[in-house]
Design a protein around this ligand. Structure first.
Ligand code: ATP
Ligand code: MG
Length: 203
């Protein structure tokens, strides 16, 4: 015997209420108030731009932020031109050394260590509410920095501080330590379709 439309609607409503109850219970359980560590990896586009978008959110709430970009691009990026001017942002781009175009391991290691000193200072500063370590994970891939130093600094940071880190891949120790990890997959990219990289989208 088939159900009447009224019966069906009642079943649907009961299902929805049950779902809401489960969600409400979860919300009630998430009571801890503290900063989080967020890692964005994967081959798809959207890691750095998501991190800068989140930083805009934090700035909107009056939070102070520190940015360290661990890879220096060929061009000045829109994020540096924009956020570098912002009174709540301390913006650093890793000095000479690592670019996608030139490789000089000795100089790169030196530059990575200097940039890490800046990052470490921010991770210990309770005034800094948001820390963005962009393209950081490559430094571990190339053996320029020690991942245990990062994990230790993250664990010891001020309780309310939020940290976002990006890079295509990340070492196991970091993957295991963060609160949130999202992996952005590449389904398609305009570049593969022959579209030239452009300001405002790529950099
Ligand atoms: P975005 O800064 O745009 O958020 P991203 O941080 O996820 O990108 P990166 O690996 O840092 O990506 O690469 C930066 C540059 O490479 C950007 O210009 C981006 O558009 C481009 N890019 C990212 N993913 C791809 C891809 N799958 N194919 C081609 N180019 C890509
Ligand atoms: Mg990036």
């Amino acid at each position: 015997m088939s159900r009447s439309a009224a019966e069906q609607a009642e079943i649907e409503m009961a299902k929805r209420l049950k779902k809401k109850q489960v969600v409400d219970e979860r919300i009630a359980k998430a009571t801890e108030e503290r900063g989080v560590t967020i890692l964005l990896t994967g081959n798809g586009k959207g890691k750095s731009s998501s991190a800068f978008g989140t930083m805009a959110r934090a700035l909107g709430h009056g939070h102070k932020a520190t940015v360290v970009q661990f890879i220096k691009g060929r061009k000045e990026t829109g994020e540096q031109l924009f956020f570098g001017q912002h009174p709540q942002v301390d913006f650093h781009v890793m000095g000479h050394g690592f670019t996608w175009e030139t490789r000089n391991p000795e100089l790169e290691k030196q530059a990575a260590e200097q940039a890490w000193e800046v990052a470490k200072r921010a991770l210990a500063d309770p005034e800094v509410h948001f820390v963005l370590l962009d393209e950081l994970t490559y430094m571990y891939k190339y053996g320029y920095l020690e991942v245990n130093d990062l994990v230790t600094a993250l664990a010891a940071r001020p309780a309310h501080q939020n940290v976002m880190m990006t890079g295509r891949t990340a070492p196991r120790e970091l993957l295991d330590s963060v609160d949130t990890h999202s992996k952005i997959a590449n389904e398609r990219h305009a570049f593969e379709g022959g579209v030239k990289a452009q300001p405002g989208i790529e950099w």
